[in-house]
Structures are given as structure tokens and as C-alpha cells.
Ligand binder design. Structure first.
Ligand code: HSE
Length: 293
């Protein structure tokens, strides 16, 4: 059996929705999967990301682990595997490359089991990451609101307003989510929590119905300032874009900058030296699998 999994990148948080909001973006990893009688072979091809050096190509490979996890859960045996990963999502930049790999593996497992992805797929994917924002976006596409009840992860998928044209500014610098989560405080002042509740609620409306409210709605007091010392150039670009009226945020745990424009470009006069800037449309589909018998 052979199948091809196409999985989108994602941006998380969108400013005020820390560990809650995600959005799928039109930049895709593609994984060709062949189920064989025995053995494991993983080929990793750089389809533009340019930084695949550290990727493991054994049982620790994230796609393999997620695929095996899903197949185990679904009761399907996969004796041998050949994977060819065409990676386009840059690693350690805040564009959800790990979540995309996990979602690709889980979607492949579901396809092998002849099942369509469901809430258990989200559960499996989110368990790898500890939060569901990126994983839900890569699974379902569009704009997602994720939440957790005890150990259980949930997400609702919404259609973002069609006039939103995300632009990303990707620096060469990498950043570790684990390290920048370590910069966050254990508790925040009640005033900041109340500020965030209002902005997050407003953001759902702004992202789906009234993009002109996005500058206010994406204001954050829970994570970006605490993480800023880890990537000063990112913090500077977010601030400068916002001063120009562009709703800009750190993408996920950074260091990529996300600008939720309605023009597809950043304004003249904003300094983007050192960043690779491109428009990435919202991916409305989420992970997609085609099979060959
Ligand atoms: N919500 C997560 C964070 C996204 O900000 O740490 C990164 O995976």
C-alpha cells in the first residue's frame, strides 16, 4: 500500500490566544508512505526548508512515531515502512513543523486503517506536543480554537474572514519552544488575565467577521514580552509593524513574525532585513491523504 500525505504548516497563538488559537498556512510538507513486509527506511528531502540536518531517520523520526502510535491505537499492524519526507516547513521557527510531522504520521495511520481523522486523532497529536493549537490547525485547516479539559484536548474549526492575508517573516535564527516556554512566568497579574480574556474573545470575532479589529484583538500580555529577550529582532519587527497599524504577532513560540494583513505585503518603510518575507494563504483543508493500492 502506498499513500501520500500533504500537511500544512501552522501558526499558533495569533497574539492573544496563547495555547488556544491556531491557523493553518499554505506551506506544506509532503510524506510518501509505503507499507512493506519488513524494515524501516526514512528518506528526508529538503524541499526548501534548508535545515534538515538534525532530523532522525530511525524509529525516533516523528512521523514514524506518530504513525505507529495511531496504528497501535487503531489496531492495525504495520510490519515495514518506507517514508519519503519532502520537507518545506522550516524547523524551529514557530511554523508548526513538529505538529505537522505528528499530524502527517497520524493521518497516514488513519488512512492505513481506512479511517478518516476524528477527535481521537486530535487527542493523539496533541499528546505529542502538550497543547493542541498547532496540531488542530494542521489536522482541520482554517482557524482553530483549542482547549483542554483535564487530559482531554478539543478544538473547534472556524473559517477565517476571507480578506485576511497572512504574511510571515522568517528569520535565519532558530528558537526552541521548550526554552522560550521556560521564560514564561508561573502566574500573571489578574489585570493581565482580564486584559487577555477580552482580547481573546474579541479575536474570535475579528478573525472571522471583522478584521479591522485585529490590531486591538491580537494584543497580548501573556507570552510575547516574556519571550522577547530570546529574539530581539523578532520583537522589534512585531513592534514596528504594529506601529504601522499591521496586526503582527510572534508566530507560535517564535521567532517567525506573523502579520495578519489584508494586502499580502508589509508596508514600505518597515525594516525586514534578515527576514525572509512571504505571503502564505490560509490553508482551509488541513491534512490531506491520497492512496494508491
Ligand atoms: N502555543 C505554543 C507556545 C505554540 O506558544 O509555546 C508552540 O508550539
Amino acid at each position: 500500500m502506498r499513500l501520500r500525505v500533504t500537511v500544512p504548516a501552522s501558526t499558533a497563538n495569533l497574539g492573544s490566544g496563547f495555547d488556544t488559537f491556531g491557523m493553518a498556512l499554505g506551506l506544506h510538507d509532503v510524506v510518501d508512505v509505503e507499507v512493506r513486509d519488513s524494515g524501516l527506511e526514512v528518506e528526508v528531502l529538503d524541499a526548501g526548508a534548508g535545515d534538515m540536518g538534525a532530523v532522525r531517520t530511525d524509529e525516533h523520526h516523528l512521523v514514524v512515531r506518530a504513525l505507529r502510535r495511531a496504528c497501535g491505537q487503531l489496531g492495525v499492524a504495520v510490519p515495514g515502512l518506507h517514508l519519503r519526507c519532502h520537507n518545506a516547513i522550516p524547523h524551529s521557527r514557530g511554523l508548526g513543523s513538529s505538529a505537522a510531522a505528528v499530524v502527517a504520521g497520524i493521518a497516514a495511520g488513519y488512512a492505513i486503517a481506512d479511517r478518516t481523522v476524528d477527535d481521537m486523532a486530535l487527542q493523539l497529536a496533541a499528546e505529542f506536543e502538550g497543547h493542541a493549537d498547532n496540531a488542530a490547525a494542521s489536522l482541520f485547516g482554517g482557524f482553530v480554537v483549542a482547549w483542554q479539559e483535564g487530559e482531554r484536548f478539543h478544538a473547534e474549526r472556524l473559517d477565517p474572514h476571507p480578506s485576511i492575508r497572512p504574511v510571515v517573516a522568517v528569520p535565519q535564527q532558530r528558537s526552541s519552544t521548550k526554552e522560550t516556554r521556560g521564560l514564561l512566568p508561573d502566574s500573571v497579574p489578574l489585570a493581565d488575565a482580564a486584559f487577555s480574556a477580552g482580547r481573546t474573545a474579541l479575536a474570535v470575532h475579528a478573525l472571522t467577521a471583522k478584521p479591522e479589529l485585529l490590531l486591538a484583538a491580537t494584543e497580548d500580555r501573556l507570552h510575547q514580552d516574556y519571550r522577547a529577550p530570546a529574539y530581539p529582532a523578532t520583537a522589534r519587527l512585531v513592534r514596528e509593524l504594529r506601529e504601522h497599524g499591521v496586526p503582527a504577532t510572534v508566530s507560535g513560540a517564535g521567532p517567525t513574525v506573523l502579520a495578519l494583513t489584508t494586502t499580502g505585503i508589509v508596508p514600505d518603510g518597515v525594516g525586514v532585513d534578515g527576514f525572509d518575507v512571504s505571503e502564505l494563504p490560509v490553508d482551509l483543508t488541513g491534512v490531506h491523504v491520497t492512496t494508491e493500492a
